[in-house]
Design a protein around this ligand. Structure first.
Ligand code: ATP
Length: 906
């Protein structure tokens, strides 16, 4: 049986716990076992995309009638029309194929990573590179990358509902060490691909990957970007149908009128259908999709990974960005600056992760190890800690091993939670190392940190068999768990007065923008411990406080400013202390005078109505738990805001999911939160959210630009023919000419408009209303008025040449050229809705200029190259006609800029 075969026979899996596989072994195994992926979803084949280009009803009718007209003698025309249709289809194919490829590339980027031990180092690798024998390092929030046997665990709980349907998390315990064989049927010790760790942490050895896993039996399980259509795409599809019906009606009228006037039935049919093919903006959905996809790529370059396409649109409407503090608004590079223990207040010098630094009392250097309370505080900080500090491989020589790992010249490899790293470094400055502590105490259990409890404990045993609990966490939580204090006079009762003075010292540190950690311990009286021993985090002895600096990110200050100009309110949401949060929010300009700060405890006492009343003035939410985050999102949404909310921990997922734009952290975020989010910040940076909002606005604006362009142009084409018929004129344009105009103007220039760079004032405007349609704010008026103008200009040239020269072919060529020129000029006008063509920077979009030049060449070729003159029934234009064409083509832009000026002056 395959599962049995896939079990691994390791003589001693535990021996691999800290070493893991080497790269060479992993590479070899990857070759034998294949990548750790489930069977891929079917991709759309390029052939299918190409075929779909010809399935449009209008295109089919056009092709059939062209073939018939070919048999009736118009062979050259028929071949040209078919050629145009094929070129059109190829352009459509290229657009859609590129879109499909871009989306695929983005999906592979969203593929999950996993933490493993390789070459004795903790590394994060793409989950598909996991091989049997890899040691997975797992913790709350992780989605497990392969089937594995647990070798080490503390409080490890897994949600296996995906496999079992059972929503209660299952506890996992390590494989009995006596067992040499990893047994996949030992469910208590197995974790399975795709399931989620809901609590605790651990290490597990992989025994099955890819299709050999339990999950391998379940199809389409891969968590990917969803192929959701955006609301705009849905609305446009609807609009497309509406426009199509309108166009068909007009085309029918044009054909019937022509026939009534005595034109040949078949010719008029062809004209009507060509007009329909030209006028129906069938390329619109593809261009919308490609500009969304290209925008998503641009966002990626700015470190924002979009997981759900609709978020791109919503970003432009964001009116509030709720952001975590630590790591997103701050650098998350912490350093212990102040220590309070045994009645002493010490300052700690040194920067970042450098172990050089000293301890000062009243500005004088002092040895922290001389005072028991201070030494113990540093020890608890370093030992109740999961950060890992190692020498780089190159320095692991024999001599290097003898030297202390904290020798001052060494560059250290550091991994783990920055708060914990800072505590380890502070202890190292005093000469206390984790390896020394490991010699004294043996860790027997851990109660991991979580953002609800806001503290962490470890249980450990010394050589005398005594069992201790070491706890660190938010001071308010720690003080509540303490009954005694380690003072300069020894261990005494912790009375209310002392509690108040500790709180005062804590507040003092917090006001200086320090993140404060409280430290405590106790000896377990019983002398034995099992994971069922209750309330170890109670009756503790308070030891001290440590204040950590975490400077605000420089780019966050600028990003906050940008938000304010853009009418977006930045809000800080943090688990940290109210005073720390306020101090940092003030530095970042998130908190201004008159704003309110609300804590989780205060929120708990408020009714929903009270919360709704105060929320508009709150810029900082402090000491909140994930459940408060959800409450905040709901309240803000009820108040009509479009809310972006960040999150990292597993418990943040509901709030992130509920937000209009759920944002997760790429570096520190858990898989669960990433999956719930619509956007991942690859650099965990607040400024990236603002950059994404900016891109979101640019994308939406560009979509408006080419919708404006395409619809105005198509309306112009329809009106030329329609009005021409109503005015009882000869047909202004032949079917083949209409199709050529459509090919020349609709394709490249429209796509190039989608690449237009951001307008200068894009982040100076208020957010778009979420109920606004794509045509809001006067776009429909612009489209209709310009459509009418294009039609009238074309007819103006047609009628003038007819009147003065009385040559239908010349008049048609003039109209043909005018229709193209008006559109190629209009494409530049579409770059801005507020400025006229003389104020718009025309040269900042090179693809657009190239597209226009290309279109010009195509139209001039048809008018001046003799072979094409025969096919397209054109004649060369003289100077007089050109003056007429340019005059009529420029009339629209000149008039609208004059009218625009007049309007703006009012
Ligand atoms: P955010 O990232 O949402 O801005 P935060 O990271 O500051 O918030 P939490 O991680 O929930 O918030 O931390 C809340 C409090 O818990 C901190 O103020 C600190 O006192 C304490 N704390 C943080 N990390 C640890 C840890 N690893 N061990 C023990 N206590 C911690």
């Amino acid at each position: 049986m395959s599962v049995i075969e896939s079990k691994l026979n390791y003589a001693n899996p535990e021996s691999m716990l800290n070493t893991g596989l080497t790269d060479k072994e992993a590479k070899h195994k990857l070759q034998t076992h294949g990548p750790n992926i489930l069977a891929e979803r079917k991709k759309i084949s390029p052939l299918k995309i190409l075929f779909e280009q010809f399935t449009d009803l209008m295109v089919i009718i056009l092709m059939v009638s062209t073939v018939i007209s070919g048999f009736m003698g118009e062979m050259t025309e028929a071949i040209t029309i078919i050629a145009i249709v094929v070129i059109n289809a190829i352009m459509g194919f290229v657009q859609e194929f590129k879109t499909e490829k871009t989306m695929e590339a983005l999906k592979s980027l969203a593929a999950p990573n996993a933490k493993v031990i390789r070459n004795e180092q903790l590394v994060s690798i793409p989950a598909e590179e996991i091989v049997p024998g890899d040691i997975l390092v797992i913790e709350a929030g992780d989605r497990i990358a392969a089937d594995a046997a647990v070798l080490e665990s503390s409080g490890l709980q897994v949600d296996e509902s995906l496999l079992t349907g059972e929503s209660v998390p299952v506890e996992k315990s390590p494989l009995k060490s006596s067992k040499a064989i990893v047994d996949p049927y030992d469910k208590k010790s197995s974790v399975y691909m795709g399931t989620v760790i809901t609590g605790g942490r651990g290490k597990a050895i992989v025994y099955a990957t890819g299709m050999k896993t339990e999950m391998g039996h379940i199809a389409d399980m891969i968590q990917n970007i969803e192929d959701e259509e955006t609301p705009l795409q849905k609305r446009l599809a609807h609009l497309g149908r509406f426009i199509a019906v309108g166009c068909l009606l007009i085309c029918a009228i044009v054909s019937v009128t022509g026939v009534i006037r005595g034109e040949k039935l078949f010719n008029m049919l062809l004209s009507g259908i060509s007009l329909a093919v030209a006028a129906v903006p069938e390329g619109l959905p593809a261009i919308v999709t490609i500009s969304l996809a290209l925008g998503v790529q641009r966002m990626l370059k700015r470190n924002a990974l979009i997981r759900k396409l609709p978020a791109v649109e919503t970003l432009g409407c964001a009116s509030i960005i709720c952001s975590d503090k630590t790591g997103t608004l701050t650098e998350n590079k912490m350093t212990v600056r102040k220590i309070y223990a045994a009645g002493y207040q010490l300052s700690v010098t040194g920067n970042g992760y450098n172990v050089e630094g000293s301890f000062l009392v009243d500005n004088r250097a002092s040895d922290p190890l001389k005072v028991d309370g201070i030494k113990l505080a540093l020890e608890i900080g370093a030992f109740c800690n999961n950060s890992v500090i190692t020498r780089p491989a190159s320095e692991s020589s024999a001599i290097g091993r003898i030297k202390s790992i904290f020798s001052k010249q060494e560059t250290l490899k550091i991994s783990g939670d920055p708060t914990e790293i800072a505590l380890t470094i502070a202890a190292a400055k005093a000469g206390i190392t984790q390896s020394d502590l490991n010699g004294t105490y043996q860790r027997i259990d851990e109660l991991p940190f979580d953002s609800d409890r806001k503290c962490m404990s470890i249980v450990c045993k010394n050589d005398k068999g005594e069992i201790y609990v070491f706890t660190k966490g938010a001071p308010d939580m720690i003080i509540d768990k303490c009954s005694r204090i380690m003072s300069a006079r020894g261990i005494i009762k912790l009375d209310e007065l002392t509690k108040r003075s500790i709180t005062k010292i804590n507040d003092g540190m917090a006001t200086d923008a320090l993140r404060v950690i409280g430290l405590a311990y106790r000896k377990l009286e019983t002398g034995n411990y099992s994971s069922r021993t209750k309330n170890v985090e109670s009756d503790l002895i308070f030891v001290g406080l440590m204040g950590l600096i975490d400077p605000p990110r420089k780019e966050a200050v600028e990003a906050v400013q940008k938000c304010r100009f853009a009418g977006i309110k930045p809000v800080m949401i943090t688990g940290d202390h109210k005073l720390t949060a306020t101090a940092i929010a003030r530095e970042l300009n998130i908190f201004c005078d008159g704003d309110n700060v609300l804590t989780g405890a205060e929120m708990d006492k408020m009714s929903e109505a009270q919360l709704e009343a105060i929320a508009p003035s709150v810029s900082v939410y402090a000491r909140v738990s994930p459940k408060h985050k959800l409450q905040i999102v709901k309240v803000l949404k009820r108040l009509g805001h479009i809310v972006a909310m960040t999150g990292d921990g597993v418990n943040d997922a509901p709030a992130v999911k509920e937000a209009d734009i759920g944002v997760s952290m790429g570096i520190t975020g858990t898989d669960v939160t990433k999956e719930a989010s619509s956007m991942v910040l690859l650099d965990d940076n607040f400024a990236t959210i603002v950059a994404a909002v900016e891109e979101g606005r640019v994308i939406y604006n560009n979509i408006r630009k080419f919708i404006r362009y395409m619809l105005a142009c198509n309306l112009g084409e329809v009106l030329t023919m329609f009005l021409g018929m109503l005015m009882w004129l000869p047909i202004p344009l032949l079917p083949i000419q209409i199709l050529w105009v459509n090919l020349v103007t609709d394709g490249l220039p429209a796509i190039a408009l989608g690449l237009d760079p951001a307008e200068n004032d894009i982040m100076m405007r208020k957010p778009r209303g979420s109920k606004d349609t794509i045509f809001s704010h006067g776009l429909l008026r612009l489209i209709v008025s310009r459509g009418i103008f294009i039609g009238l200009s074309t007819l103006g040239v047609f009628v003038s040449i007819l009147y003065f020269v009385n040559n239908v072919e010349l008049a048609r060529t003039g109209a043909f050229m005018t229709l193209v020129m008006t559109q190629l000029i209009h494409v530049f006008e579409c770059k801005s809705e507020t400025r006229n063509i003389f104020e718009i920077p025309l040269t900042n979009n090179i693809p657009l200029i190239l597209a226009v030049l290309c279109s010009l060449a195509m139209i001039l070729g048809v008018v001046y190259i003799p072979v094409f003159q025969v096919i397209f029934e054109t004649v060369p234009l003289g100077l007089n006609e050109w003056l007429l064409i340019l005059g009529f083509s420029l009339l629209g832009p000149v008039l609208s800029s004059l009218l625009g000026k007049g309007r703006r002056r009012q």
